[in-house]
Design a protein around this ligand. Structure first.
Ligand code: TXA
Ligand code: MG
Length: 312
């Protein structure tokens, strides 16, 4: 998608006034505001109905901007060089003199940071003199937004502006890695773990299913379209919407395909889009066939599992 300079100018104008807008990223759309302003970030929590204890990710253009706020280390540099801008979020220590609003971090001394790749958002970040705090652009616990229409369905007139950047190319949130101590994966995401492992050249610690909730992306119900979901289904019930990874002539009724030929990247891109579509098509429940637990398939399964915790 091409730049629309007048839209970027409009986005900047609203953000400069300490208001919220939605921004496109390659993972999912974000609900963005000036990360240095208490007033601005408070609006994100309110709009999203997000509990105050759940900290936000801050989006930077590049390393030069980041080092004003965060301590960096060897592991960070290795990963940054290889994967940023892109679908990976790093947890780092905040600098003592950082200007990040305490509301962003819930007064913790660590910060989640990401460098989005989407060109429109990069152009916007270049024009701003502050970074953008941005959680996914959806009401808390719901499905993230992957296009303009999704964001509009979530917030309607309550949101002043949506910067349109087309469909998010990855369609699932970033992978979160804490680099404060030993590298630790906190959330599976758009970047596969095998790629991260190769660069760090060591085993990764996982805190994804830990009983102690470090990161509320780890909370049980999340990414839910608000409908019951059954997983690993071979044969759907009469009135269920049935999600298949690829075309299968055996099934003809109420079918939704995530990809043409079983490509997992394509399936990831279509997952949230499909969940929203099924809701709009007025189904009461969803069944999903087994999805290969490989590469980004692991992230798809993680999201489906959390969405399947819906009970009501
Ligand atoms: O792809 C993405 O990461 C998208 C786009 C918009 O960048 N953002 C996103 O944000 O998914 P959100 O807020 O929906 O999820 C961020 C997760 C939350 O689960 C939050 O708890 C965790 O990151 N998080 C934020 N700051 C943290 C910190 N300092 N330590 C541990 N986890 C943190
Ligand atoms: Mg989210």
């Amino acid at each position: 998608m091409k730049y629309n300079f007048s839209n970027i100018k409009k986005a900047k104008k609203i953000l400069d006034k300490k208001d919220c807008i939605a921004i496109p990223t390659e993972t999912v759309y974000g609900l963005a505001a000036n990360a240095y302003s208490d007033k601005a970030v408070k609006k994100i929590f309110k709009l999203k109905k997000r509990p105050h204890f759940n900290p936000l990710i801050v989006h930077y253009l590049d390393l030069e901007d980041l080092i004003k706020d965060c301590e960096i280390n060897h592991n960070f540099i290795k990963l940054y060089k290889k994967f940023s801008p892109g679908p990976i979020t790093y947890i780092l220590n905040l600098k003592k003199n950082s200007k990040i609003s305490k509301i962003v971090t819930n007064k913790q001394n660590t910060l989640a940071v990401r460098f989005p790749k989407h060109l429109i958002t990069r152009k916007l970040l270049k024009d701003l003199d502050y970074p953008l705090a941005a959680p996914s652009a959806n009401i808390s616990t719901g499905v993230s937004s992957v296009c303009y229409r999704d964001v509009n369905d979530e917030f309607g007139k309550k949101l002043k502006f949506i910067l349109d950047g087309g469909r998010s190319s990855i369609g699932l949130e970033s992978t979160i890695i804490s680099l404060v101590n030993k590298p630790k994966i906190l959330r599976l995401g758009g970047l596969s773990l095998s790629k991260i492992k190769k660069v760090l050249n060591k085993k990764l610690i996982f805190k994804i299913n830990s009983a102690k909730i470090l990161s509320p992306g780890q909370m049980k119900l999340h990414y839910s379209p608000g409908l019951p979901i059954r997983l690993n289904v071979k044969k759907p019930k009469e009135k269920e919407a049935f999600i298949l990874l690829k075309k299968n002539k055996k099934f003809t009724k109420n079918i939704y395909y995530l990809s043409k030929n079983g490509d997992l990247k394509e399936a990831a891109k279509n997952l949230y889009f499909t969940l929203r579509k099924i809701k709009k098509d007025k189904f009461d429940s969803i069944a999903v066939e087994k999805i290969r637990n490989l590469g980004i398939g692991k992230t798809i399964n993680d999201r489906l599992l959390r969405a399947s915790k819906f009970n009501g």
